[in-house]
Design a protein around this ligand. Sequence first.
Ligand SMILES: *[C@@H]1O[C@H](CO)[C@@H](O)[C@H](O)[C@H]1NC(C)=O
Length: 265
Amino acid sequence: MASDKIHDIESESLLPSSTTQSPKHAPQSPAARILLWTSCSLNILFFVLSIFVFVHWTGNNQAIQSSYETGFKSDLDPVKSEVRVIQTTYTGGVEVDEDGHFFTTHSANQYVGKPSPDIDIAWSKLLRGLNIDLDPTSSNLQGRTFAWPESGFAFTGLEVYHSLHCLNRLRQALYPDYYDMFSNPNDPDREDHIGHCINHLRLAIQCHADLTPMEWKLSGNKVVLNTATQHTCRDFEKIDAWAVERRTRFEDIESVKNGSLIVVD
Ligand SMILES: *[C@@H]1O[C@H](CO)[C@@H](O)[C@H](O)[C@H]1NC(C)=O
């Protein structure tokens, strides 16, 4: 206000009285001043409100805007930097030979077939990253999971491994003579545990809803599905390397070693 007054005085004193009639320099009436101030204030208020609304709106849309490539709000925070999207051609399809006989191309697949120590090793390598320990302050896990009494580290893991673990349980259930965890067919828990896994995998498959089209080809009079198609995937190897590096070292946890704590999954 003070500078406005000085300015007014200066313009008046600098201008000859004959030119003060110019509307540009006419002293404003109190009503015009109020109008000018009101419109300026409203403009500023509107601008600030727009910024607020924009920031709030983008914040609320975080769950929608985040993606398969950058991680969702529900994903574990520290692993998001490891997400990389790649294209993979699936292996192990069913094919039909010239005589119309089916054969599978899983000769190179180390995860299926008659149980053997090699198959068990392959699965245990795949599941090395099942359980991980994290510094609870460096993740979005604080207060959400169990913390080891010895280290204070948060005991967690990535859902992809739980699904793989379930799949392995189903595979083992096919061979009750080889894998004794399911050897008693009359065990009432047996069906429950297997049922839990089937349901869990159903949910996981529906959740990820792979939209790759099925490709069929005619072979004689058979219309055969070609499963060796290209899919867009999160690079599991990169995620696996991260998880394995942080795996829970049960062998170093005293309360697990002495049996005072038992992990149930
Ligand atoms: C097992 O180890 C934990 C942690 O060191 C300890 O608190 C607990 O008393 C131990 N329990 C037994 C039965 O030795």
